[in-house]
Design a protein around this ligand. Structure first.
Ligand code: UDP
Ligand code: MG
Length: 160
């Protein structure tokens, strides 16, 4: 199975997932990590972190100018967040499905936002929206030594 595995590893993407301050305050960290773990993706970075205004503004720079931007920056910096980097084939799009749409009232039951949140401004989790954003955001939130390369023992049971 090795050549196939190596070929599939070449298509591996990374995504930046973050439990927002409301998720941390509400004790949802374990529940949220668990959903990605169970799906089978590989965790390569994990930390509890107090985000600065500068970092929040850089992360959300595409939304600068929106009416909700100041509130969003205040929200993201209002308490610790849990930063995660996850790797896998198709991980970016799959994580967005697990997360659900931005407005939790419209998010499907079974998704993280659909099950655990009510408002856009308190929607408990962030997930990168493309492989390019995934790369950019993982590099923005993690220093090089904070990411770990490892081979999960379960790989042959998850990838044929
Ligand atoms: N947001 C908000 N009001 C809006 C749109 C977005 O408060 O009308 C917040 C919300 O927390 C969202 C974040 O801004 O998760 C980033 O917006 P984006 O459109 O990128 O949504 P996401 O990719 O997180 O689903
Ligand atoms: Mg987004």
């Amino acid at each position: 199975f090795l050549p196939h595995l190596v070929a599939s590893l070449e298509r591996v993407d990374q995504t930046y997932i973050m439990v927002k301050p409301d998720g941390v305050q509400r004790g949802l960290v374990g529940e949220i990590i668990s959903r990605f773990e169970k799906k089978g993706f590989k965790l390569t970075g994990l930390k509890l972190f107090q985000c600065t205004k500068e970092l929040a503004e850089e992360h959300y720079k595409d939304l600068k100018g929106k009416s909700f931007f100041p509130g969003l920056i205040e929200y993201i910096t209002s308490g610790p967040v849990v930063c995660m980097a996850w790797e896998g084939v198709g991980v970016v799009a799959s994580a967005r499905k697990l997360i659900g749409v931005t407005n939790p009232l419209e998010a499907e039951p079974g998704t993280i936002r659909g099950d655990l949140a009510i408002q856009k401004g308190r929607n408990v989790i962030h997930g990168s929206d493309s492989p390019e954003s995934g790369k950019r955001e993982v590099a923005l939130w993690f220093k090089e030594g904070e990411l770990v390369e490892w081979e999960p023992a379960l790989v042959p049971w998850l990838i044929e």
